[in-house]
Ligand binder design. Sequence first.
Ligand SMILES: C[S@@+](CC[C@H](N)C(=O)[O-])C[C@H]1O[C@@H](n2cnc3c(N)ncnc32)[C@H](O)[C@@H]1O
Length: 243
Amino acid sequence: MILLDFEGDYGRTYNSNIRHLIPAYDAILEIGAAALAAHAPQAHAALVVGPGSGTELPALLAALPDAQFTLVEPSAQMRGFCEALIADIGAADRVCWGPPQLEDTTALAQGPFDAVISHNVLHVLPPPQQQQLLDRMAAQLAHGGLLVLSSYSEPDPQTMEPWLAIARARFLAAGMDPAMIDGVMASRGSTVFSLDQGLLESRLNAAGLEPPSLLLQALCNRLWCSRRPAQQHQGGGTGPIHS
Ligand SMILES: C[S@@+](CC[C@H](N)C(=O)[O-])C[C@H]1O[C@@H](n2cnc3c(N)ncnc32)[C@H](O)[C@@H]1O
């Protein structure tokens, strides 16, 4: 199986493998949705970048009950799985498809968005494309809106051995095929790219967003949120998320 081939077997088996591959996968989605429910409960427009098969959508739809969702997903196969899930949960009236990708920082017609969410997408892109996508997502975020991001993100790329040993032990304990384990370990830096915390901070700062708040770290996977401050004339309730 070719890792991260979303149009092939990797995409076809995504739902059954992803909890082995990403530690605390469900906790990341759960806490991301809770952050939105806590900090953007009245959101009217939400953008989900890279929903894949759509696993995050039920919790997001529940967290933001007044929001219309726009989805940006380049893989036709993953869009197909996502559409089936949306039909299953009866959410078609709250969801529409945007372009397959954010091509630049031009505002989408459905925006600006009170919430922008992207789970587990940035690490499938090399750093220059991570930077581009961060800038493009930040540009879609309304004043007062909340950005929720998760990604593989190495705490310290120079001292990775202890982390990698735990990751390998976890894969073994989950019964993952040894060839698959070797493939996943070898993907680091070639098909899976760490999102550098410094890059994240600098791009959010350049886009006028607050510094990211770390909500969860499970081994080398991290979840953050960040807000674009409200415009002054909108008043109140705009203090930092973690002061
Ligand atoms: C690892 S999956 C994550 C899917 C889902 N968000 C989750 O957490 O399970 C990454 C998804 O991002 C999509 N993707 C890749 N490049 C993208 C880009 N530039 N913009 C938006 N989505 C992208 C892939 O097609 C794939 O569906």
